[in-house]
Ligand binder design. Structure first.
Ligand code: ACO
Length: 440
């Protein structure tokens, strides 16, 4: 161990002791020093050689964005045969947010959530190594929505990919991000859950259209030697239930055609009762498994942030089966409906805003979804929840960074257009003589 490493490990153990008292190390600008309790963040992205493998993956930034347009249960009464009382009683949902204009897309919602996460963490976009966008409503089959967000934010050093595990996607994303960080392959990873499922909903099908909403949430994970962060995860799948919740058409099994569109098979189709039975069992099982893996007794859980699909699913699983008290389970499904991959990060952000998360807390994120899939992870919260001090200079710098990203993107597109209009490069074969032509 060299001198610097020794100092860092000392700092880490000091921090562990401080953490018990609920205090966390802050730099002069109020941001969390995730590398060590004492060390300052390096100004520039560290080169591969400069990096040390860190043993923890901390959530150091978070943010969410939801569309402004609200669709209430009463609004839905106007378009399908449903009642506000039925929706509230069976799901707990009162209203949901829905994108209103074509410019609002999965990438645009995701990018806005991700900007807030970067601001919260006070990390420059150029430092991010990887961006994972968990989504069930991507911009396109390809390119990845993550790549569009990467360009929008100017994450010039980041790899980008979409993650398809339906509503479990955000938990899958956290697990992958943690793996990359602990392997030393990444220092900063942005995990986004972003959805515009309203564009895949059949607004004449009362069984599904009352359930879903749009939105996005994001967290920034950082390599750290401060103990805590994402500490364990369990992921699972049972593809025998694939047809229980599906968008049948638009993929290779049933490519888009006039027929698929006229039969409505490009919309969400669901066997609600079967999904309900699966969800209530698996949410409890996955929570138990991840707590066992992390070595945390249920009594020491401070907050469960479950996938917000249906209040009754949450009541029948984490509350009743695990006997976790209601005040330790965060629920906001009444405001947003089921926002799929975005529901856990949005709920996390709101729980933080409401003062339900503090340094030293044990959190559990648990989700289920189409596939069928499920996932849970434990998080030892280790960072201050107050937003770092924001100055006009910092805000100006941030605006300039995003404007530069937009300019860079425009410039690259323009250059490509110019190249595409230039004389195509021909690989010309030598002319054959008439003699040769005649002999062949
Ligand atoms: N308004 C009024 N009545 C309705 C509505 C509605 N919106 N929808 C269904 N009904 C009727 C049904 O037609 C049925 O009538 P019937 O008895 O005359 O046949 C009756 O209400 C009961 O229907 P059920 O489907 O049995 O209702 P249930 O209590 O199961 O609730 C629900 C339905 C809310 C969909 C529930 O099954 C559920 O939440 N399932 C899980 C869905 C879920 O979470 N999906 C997302 C997974 S995450 C992802 O990957 C995207």
């Amino acid at each position: 161990m060299n001198e610097q490493e020794h100092e860092n490990s000392q700092a880490g153990s000091n921090y562990a002791a401080e953490n018990v008292n609920g205090t966390a190390p802050l730099s002069s600008n109020g941001a969390f020093n995730h590398h060590t309790a004492k060390g300052a963040q390096p100004l520039y992205r560290a080169s591969f050689e400069q990096r040390r493998i860190q043993p923890y993956a901390q959530i150091i930034g978070w943010g969410y964005h939801i569309p402004e347009r609200i669709v209430t249960n009463h609004d839905l009464e106007q378009i399908v045969d449903t009642q506000d009382e039925w929706i509230r009683a069976r799901t707990g949902i009162q209203e949901r947010r829905v994108v209103a204009v074509p410019q609002e897309t999965t990438a645009s919602l995701g990018a806005r959530a991700a900007r807030k996460a970067l601001e919260m963490a006070d990390v420059h976009p150029a430092k991010v190594d990887l961006i994972i966008c968990a989504t069930s409503s991507p911009e396109h089959i390809f390119p990845a929505t993550a790549s569009i967000i990467q360009d929008n934010l100017g994450l010039i050093h980041a790899g980008a990919f979409d993650l398809s595990a339906a509503c479990s996607g955000f938990v899958y994303g956290l697990s992958i991000a943690r793996g990359h960080i602990l392997a030393g392959d990444a220092e900063y990873v942005l995990v986004i859950g972003a959805e515009t499922l309203s564009r895949w909903v059949d607004w004449t099908d009362r069984a599904t259209c009352v359930l879903f909403g749009d939105g996005a949430g994001a967290v920034l994970l950082a390599a750290s030697d401060v103990p805590g962060g994402v500490t364990a995860s369990v992921l699972g799948s049972d593809g025998s239930g694939a047809e229980l919740l599906t968008i049948p058409a638009g993929g290779s099994a049933s490519p888009a055609s006039l027929e698929t569109v006229s039969s409505g098979s490009h919309y969400i189709q669901m066997d609600g009762r079967a999904v309900f039975r699966f969800a209530t069992r698996i949410m409890a099982d996955a929570t138990r498994q991840v707590l066992d893996k992390a070595g945390i007794p249920i009594s020491e859980v401070d907050l469960v942030v479950p996938h917000q699909a249906n209040k009754r699913i949450i009541q029948h699983s984490v509350l009743r089966q695990l006997k976790i008290p209601e005040d330790k389970v965060y629920v906001n499904v009444q405001k947003y409906g089921n926002t799929s991959t975005a529901s856990i990060p949005i709920a996390l952000c709101e729980a933080i805003d409401e003062g339900k998360v503090a340094p030293g807390d044990n959190l559990v994120f648990v989700g289920f979804g189409a596939g069928l899939t499920w996932g849970a992870c434990t998080v030892k919260w280790s960072v201050p929840v107050e937003k770092p001090e924001s100055t006009w200079w910092k805000n100006t710098q941030r605006q300039a960074t995003y404007q530069a990203a937009a300019a860079r993107s425009m410039w690259k597109r323009a250059i490509r257009r110019i190249y595409s209009q230039m004389e195509p490069l021909t690989l010309s074969r030598p002319e054959r003589s008439t003699e040769e032509e005649q002999t062949t």
